[in-house]
Ligand binder design. Sequence first.
Ligand code: ADP
Length: 249
Amino acid sequence: RKEPRTVLSARGLSMSFGAFSAVRNVDLDVHHARVHALIGPNGAGKTTVFNLLTKFLTPTGGTITFMGTDITRLPPDRVARMGLVRSFQISAVFPHLTVLDNVRVALQRPNGLATQFWRPLSALDSLNERADRLIAAVGLSEARNAMAADLSYGRKRVLEIATTLALDPKVLLLDEPMAGMGGEDVAVVAGIIRNVARDRAVLMVEHNLKVVADICDHVTVLQRGEILAEGDYRTVSEDPRVRAAYMGT
Ligand code: ADP
């Protein structure tokens, strides 16, 4: 395997809320074409780390580098435009639009946050082609003309991922992408995540450890705001400290 290309890294990342230290001294490297899981018990700091990386929170300590640029002090819309995209930023799937129209709308929003830069009509042909390519990439072609409202829960989440991919992220952050899904949908979404990670990095918070074992190349375990362990799934799952954390001891 080639040396992995780091696209996003944090050094000494820390976040305090008043006297409470929610994230302490976290180092994280996210690599191109890899699926990286962030796991840990409730309250470990996973959401806070996501908020820091996407700049919804400004860290009280440490630095974040994305594609060689120090983004520690940049606002969230800037980093989204640069290609650091979190799934829920545009998770507004419009229920009364078709799958195709939802993806077309997403493709016309350059950063998923602002609509003032809509592209001209002359770009429509390529817009339709790009929309169909994206829909095919997530396996929704047969549901192309269905109303989003009529999709199963799992397929709605898949459509959400497709609208996120419309922003062509370099790093895609997914917050519990399988939450609330049945086994069949979990397998479909797992396949899609592997597929989208072929040409971008994916960082995901996931509670389903079987999913983590199946699709993640690298796992970071947080506990009480600090990194408890990291490595491939097998290594971290055999770590006695990780076992203890998950047993609640
Ligand atoms: P996780 O996502 O792993 O469950 P969180 O990042 O949501 O953990 O929370 C980590 C800790 O930080 C928790 O103890 C939580 O109560 C605390 N926390 C999160 N956000 C805030 C905030 N805005 N103000 C105060 N405490 C917070």
